[in-house]
Design a protein around this ligand. Structure first.
Ligand code: FAD
Ligand code: SIN
Length: 517
């Protein structure tokens, strides 16, 4: 099947849907999405969406918290755009009918999360993403200029004369197609599935990063992967996220002796930024030889069950009472701060190709994302990318970064790994705590696998499982070699062999490039 439009959007999460609504004012839009259109990281978002709308808040304060979490690497212009334009786009969601929780005065109730200095997070109980996806999905469904093509896994960008002209796709029944458009937006979301332990749903395999990199686009900051500290850790149960909003409402991390230990590691205690909490948990678990737990037993049980109904239900299914029992938790891969390098309007280094949302890297999150800034990023930068696509703007200069040019070899081993093997390797050697020997091992192995996968792609191009493995291996390799290159610790990137931040050599973004271009 071949389809054509003025604009192509790949992905139906918050960034893709918000962009499509604006693009439809300028032409016909095709949205390609690889699964059910509702299946996205967006749909699983729990805690909420941050915006400086509270009486004690301001864009300046929101910027300060964002930059502090980003550990010296946020691009200030991107942060400025996020915090200043954020309230307007969140207000638009409210005008469109988003059912955010309200306080006693009828104003949006604001939650607190780690490393935020004030309450700033709008939410719909503990299923904020589902509400936003419902709202945007229904508006897209009502717009006759937007056509959603589901079960269409984009596999490669179509490049014509150095310009992106759309994407090739395959369906689950191995039918192939092409979607052609003058301007293409990558909104394919994250890459949590590159790691064995993750909060992300099955769709998050880093396809956009892999596709863009293969076409020659610059990717940047991929060493910065956020590991969310509190993910349900019960044998046989899915790694379900236990929102940071729980700690925002008073939940505490405790060890097997029942001691609340975070204050021993960080002055901000349970509400320190995620990287700090995750590493403290790993150290505590190693030190005690026992798991760590999240405890809400000191809070009002009715409040807990009402405020967090989805999380309470999932815990109950695992035989745990969220309001009473210590809940076993451990970190899991959650969010990729790096991605396809863009300017503030979503332009990538390839003409005709734009990117927004988790797949993109504007530098807004630096080395570590502040909680609940990602949905906001998808809204703000999705809308901005759409505006730039409609204006058909010429490619502009991208933010300065060192470019390392390298190639993923076409020749390598003969064995295509299973997805599990690749994800397991990433978790063991490129996870929460990293060091040179593991990173070198991971890079060498992934490079070998990349060769086998590239050969497989040529002979078994419409095999969806091979495509999934291909994305995991390519995105994994880019993450692993970025982590090996950065010889310091900063934000979410922690190396035992370089445990300190090194501003003299590493206060910079490093881009990478494979493929043509
Ligand atoms: P997504 O929402 O992931 O959408 C990507 C889309 O692209 C999907 O439709 C997918 O099917 C499609 N796609 C991918 N590859 C292809 C392909 N090859 N071909 C076709 N289609 C493709 N952030 C917050 O700010 N607040 C929160 O409370 C919050 N909670 C979270 C809870 C969980 C459990 C998770 C996993 C994440 C959470 N995040 C939160 C992060 C946030 O949800 C995501 O970063 C954000 O939703 C990403 O939006 P997106 O539009 O970029 O991508
Ligand atoms: C959470 O609810 O803890 C996730 C929030 C986020 O990822 O921003």
């Amino acid at each position: 099947m071949d389809v054509r439009g003025d604009f192509l959007v790949i992905g139906s999460g918050i960034a893709g849907l918000r962009a499509a609504l604006s693009l439809a004012e300028g032409g016909d839009v095709i949205i390609l999405t690889k699964a059910d259109p509702r299946e996205s990281n967006t749909g699983y978002a729990q805690g909420g969406i941050a915006a400086a709308i509270g009486p004690d808040d301001s864009p300046e304060l929101h910027a300060r918290d964002t930059m502090a979490a980003g550990d010296g690497l946020c691009v200030p212009e991107a942060v400025d755009v996020l915090v200043r334009e954020g309230p307007r786009y969140v207000g638009e969601l409210i005008d469109w009918g988003a059912a955010f929780d309200r306080d006693a005065d009828g104003r949006p109730a604001l939650g607190r999360e780690g490393a935020h200095s004030v309450r700033r997070v709008l939410h719909a109980r503990d299923a904020t993403g589902r509400e936003i996806a419902r709202l945007l999905g229904s508006r897209v469904g009502g717009d006759r200029r937007i056509r959603v093509v589901d079960d269409a896994l984009a596999t490669d960008l179509v490049m014509t004369g150095g310009r992106c002209a759309g994407a090739a796709f395959v369906t689950t029944s191995a039918a192939r197609g092409t979607a052609l458009a003058g301007r293409t937006l990558l909104a394919t979301g994250g890459a949590g599935q590159v790691f064995r332990e993750t909060t992300n749903p099955a769709i998050a395999t880093g396809d956009g990063i892999a596709m863009a990199a293969r076409a020659g686009a610059r990717v940047v900051d991929l060493e910065f992967v956020q590991f969310h500290p509190t993910v349900l850790d019960v044998e046989g149960a899915p790694r379900f996220l236990l929102s940071e909003a729980l700690r925002g409402e008073g939940a505490r991390l405790i060890n097997n002796a029942g001691e609340a230990f975070m204050q021993r590691y960080e002055p901000a205690g349970d509400l320190a930024s995620r990287d700090l909490v995750s590493r403290a948990m790993v150290r505590e678990a190693e030190g005690t030889g026992s798991p760590v737990y999240l405890s809400l037993a000191h809070l009002d049980p009715d409040f807990v069950r009402q405020r967090f109904p989805t999380i309470a239900r999932v815990c109950a299914a695992g035989g745990l009472d969220l309001a009473r029992d210590p809940i076993p938790v451990s970190p899991a891969a959650h969010y990729v701060m790096g991605g396809v390098e863009t300017d503030l309007d979503g332009r990538t280094s390839l003409p005709g190709l734009f990117a927004a949302g988790e797949v993109a890297c504007t530098g807004v999150h630096g080395a570590n994302r502040l909680a609940s800034n990602s949905l906001l990023e998808g809204l703000v930068f999705g809308a901005r990318a759409a505006a730039a696509m409609k204006a058909a703007s010429r490619p502009a200069a991208l933010p300065a970064s060192d470019v390392v040019e390298d190639t993923v070899p076409d020749k390598g081993g003969d064995t295509v790994p299973s997805a599990y093997d690749a994800r397991d390797l990433m978790w063991r050697d490129v996870g929460v705590v990293r060091a040179r020997p593991g990173l070198e091992r991971a890079v060498a192995q992934l490079q070998e696998w990349a060769g086998a996968v590239a050969a497989g792609r040529r002979s078994r191009g419409s095999d969806q499982e091979l495509r999934r493995i291909s994305s995991i291996v390519t995105a994994g390799l880019l993450i692993a070699r970025a982590a090996l290159r950065r010889a310091e610790s900063r934000g979410a990137h922690f190396r035992t062999d370089f445990p300190s931040r090194d501003d003299l050599h590493w206060k910079k973004h490093v881009s990478d490039r494979i493929g043509r271009a």
